[in-house]
Ligand binder design. Sequence first.
Ligand code: R5P
Length: 302
Amino acid sequence: MPKTNGALSDYKIVSSYNAADLSSSIAKKLSKEHGTVELTEFPDGEFKIRFDEDYRNSRVLLVHRLYPEASRSVVALLFMLHKLAENGNSIDIFIPYFAFGRQDKEFIGGEVVSAAALLQLLRKYGVKRVFTFDMHSRSATNVSGLEVIDMPTAALLAKYVNSAVKMKSKIVVAPDRGAEGRAAEAANELGCDHISLEKRRDRYTGEVYTSEPAENFSGKDALIIDDIISTGGTVANASLMLKKKGANAVYVACTHYLYLADTETKLFSSGTDKIFATDTINGKFSKVGIADEFASFYAKSL
Ligand code: R5P
């Protein structure tokens, strides 16, 4: 069967200005080199982007972070894609954290469904395949002509946490129904049970409300697993409930930790014992590397 996506040797890996760490690891794992993109800023804040070489009529894998500075990072991405597409390249992109993914519906009349808008833009700008980790929701991913490949992290996170803290009498907890699938995967990795808490969010204030679970967690080491920790409200509520119901320790693992001010304090003061995250976004809790996982996944996709 012919390989429609080409062979690894056909691809040029290009690191965006904000993804050198990931690109080096990916290139190393795939025994390839990678190119670079430089972003410089004019005094008025506008930026200028320059590729290290004239990529032309090639298969390109662009590695770009959409966070931090998500809005700015989208503009820079569109500029890079414009150039690559104009020069006749076929484009795959690896976006470790798909920012804007939580606005996957018109929750309140008049809202833009940003997740869908961004995916449509990527397709219009010539992207063929988007690779990402633990996308908040797949409901906006049905874009004609664009393949969205969403890779899981729950087993990777669970394995890391278990070796870092030697959990005993384990239970995995989804802080809301949306995280149930992730919790099931993590529990499968740890060989234990999982439960889901009931959460609701006020769409206008952003306030999170979590119901007290019926279960008792006495003597249990709980692992709360979620895709994103933003303000920390969701996980802080879950930690409070678990400690209130007797949990011995509460560990928290997420794929994308957004490093907002005050989140850490909120989590630790609510009973969280330790926080773990992947390096889709870099920071002090981002200990679980995803570059090798992506590289293996990517090689298999060709
Ligand atoms: C929401 O459904 C997501 O899965 C996360 O639970 C949420 O984005 C976390 O946000 P925050 O940390 O602000 O509660």
